[in-house]
Design a protein around this ligand. Structure first.
Ligand SMILES: Cc1cc2nc3c(=O)[nH]c(=O)nc-3n(C[C@H](O)[C@H](O)[C@H](O)COP(=O)(O)OP(=O)(O)OC[C@H]3O[C@@H](n4cnc5c(N)ncnc54)[C@H](O)[C@@H]3O)c2cc1C
Length: 315
C-alpha cells in the first residue's frame, strides 16, 4: 500500500465518505473481477478531479482515472496507487443551436452515455443512435472511441475539455484528435507525439435536428439489434477483442475456432457471441487472461490473424 501518512489524511479530510482504502475493484468493474486498489475516490466536480491528480503527483503516488468500469480487466493483484472514478459527478449537459443543421450538446465526462443518448433523443437530435446500449460514461466512451455498426464517437465529437497530467486544463478541437478503431489520441501541438493520460472532463457533440419520434424508433431498433446479438445480464466487458477487419470479426474467428462454451476456471466464452468472455461467477482475472491467451494462440494458428484485446487490462 503506497498511500499512508499525509496523503491518506488529506484524502480522508477532503473526501469523507467518498474514499475507500484497499477497495476491491471487482465492485467497480462490469466483469466483477479485480484485486484491491490502494485507494478509490469518487470526485463530484472537476475541481475535485484536478486537486486529486495534483496531490497524487505531489505525493509521488501513481493514479489512474476510470469511468463505469465497463471495459476494464483489473488484475487479481489489484492497482497500486489511487483510482479516480469519474462517474458520480454532479453531471450536466447543455445545448446550443449552432446552425440550422447543427446542435451542439455539451456533456460532463462522468454522466452515463445512456443518459446522454436519452437526452438527445428526447430533444429530437440525431446522431447518437450508434451508442444505444453501450454501458459506461461519456469520458470512457471518448477514450475508447466507443461505437457500433452504426457509427462511433469520432462521428459526433467536436471538442473536449481535458486535464493534462502536468495540471493544466485545456480545450481541444476536432483537428487535435486522432481516432482509430476503439482508440482516441490527443495530438501535441507542432509535434507528432500525443499527450499521455489526458483526463477527459467534458465533451461537445455535434448533432443534427430531426424528428423525435423517428429518432426514438431508430434507437429502439438499435437496442433490439444489440439484444438479439449479445448476451445480456452476464458479467463481462463486452467484446473482448478488436475486430481484425469488417470481413473477419473476432466473434466469427473465435466461433470458427470452436471456442463457444469453452471454459478456463470461472471464465467462459459466451454461447451467444463468441467475442464475449463471461465471468460465470467465480472467475479470476488470471482465468480470463489465460482463456484470452488460448484463444489468441489458436486463432493465430488457424487463420494467421493476431487478435488484439479491446478491453483495457490494468494492474
Ligand atoms: C455488455 C457490454 C456491451 C458493450 N458494448 C460495447 C459496444 O457496443 N461498443 C463499444 O465500443 N464498447 C462496448 N462495450 C465496452 C464499454 O462499454 C465501452 O468501452 C465504454 O465506452 C467504456 O466506458 P467506461 O466509462 O465504462 O470506461 P472504463 O471501462 O471505466 O474505462 C475504459 C478506459 O477509459 C479510460 N477512462 C475512463 N474515463 C475516463 C476519463 N474521464 N478521462 C480519461 N480516461 C478515462 C480508463 O482509464 C480506461 O482506459 C461494452 C461493454 C459491456 C460490458
Amino acid at each position: 500500500m503506497v498511500i499512508t501518512g499525509k496523503f491518506a489524511k488529506w484524502l480522508n479530510t477532503n473526501f469523507e465518505g467518498r474514499v475507500w482504502f484497499m477497495e476491491p475493484m471487482s465492485k467497480h468493474t462490469y466483469f466483477k473481477i479485480g484485486g484491491p486498489a490502494d485507494a478509490l475516490v469518487t470526485p463530484e466536480t472537476n475541481d475535485e478531479v484536478i486537486s486529486l491528480v495534483k496531490e497524487a503527483i505531489q505525493n509521488n503516488v501513481p493514479w489512474m482515472v476510470i469511468g463505469g468500469g465497463s471495459n476494464l480487466i483489473v488484475k487479481d493483484s489489484g492497482i497500486k496507487g489511487i483510482v479516480i472514478k469519474i462517474m458520480h459527478q454532479k453531471g450536466w449537459t447543455s445545448l446550443e443551436n449552432y446552425s440550422a443543421n447543427c446542435v451542439k450538446v455539451t456533456a460532463s465526462a462522468g454522466i452515463r452515455l445512456g443518459y446522454l443518448c436519452r437526452y438527445t433523443f428526447e430533444r429530437g437530435l440525431q446522431g447518437m443512435d450508434f451508442a444505444v446500449g453501450i454501458p459506461g460514461t461519456v469520458g470512457g466512451a471518448i477514450t475508447m472511441n466507443a461505437g457500433s455498426g452504426r457509427g462511433a464517437i469520432q462521428d459526433v465529437l467536436s471538442e473536449i475539455q481535458v486535464l493534462l497530467p502536468e495540471g493544466s486544463i485545456r480545450r481541444f478541437q476536432k483537428d487535435d484528435f486522432s481516432f482509430s478503431y476503439r482508440s482516441f489520441d490527443l495530438k501535441k501541438e507542432k509535434s507528432s507525439d500525443v499527450y499521455e493520460c489526458p483526463v477527459i472532463l467534458e465533451g461537445v457533440f455535434e448533432l443534427r435536428p430531426g424528428d423525435s419520434e423517428t429518432i426514438k424508433k431508430e434507437a429502439e431498433s438499435a437496442l433490439s439489434e444489440r439484444q438479439a446479438k449479445q448476451p445480456s445480464g452476464s458479467a463481462s466487458a463486452g467484446c473482448f477483442f478488436k475486430n481484425p477487419s469488417p470481413q473477419n470479426s473476432a466473434g466469427k474467428l473465435i466461433d470458427l475456432a470452436g471456442f463457444k462454451g469453452y471454459r478456463v476456471g470461472g471464465a467462459v466464452v459466451s454461447d451467444k457471441h463468441a467475442n464475449f468472455i463471461i465471468n460465470s461467477g467465480t472467475a479470476t482475472s488470471e482465468d480470463v487472461l489465460k482463456l484470452a491467451e488460448i484463444i489468441q494462440k489458436k486463432v493465430f494458428e488457424m487463420f494467421g490473424i493476431e487478435l488484439e484485446p479491446e478491453v483495457r487490462i490494468v494492474g
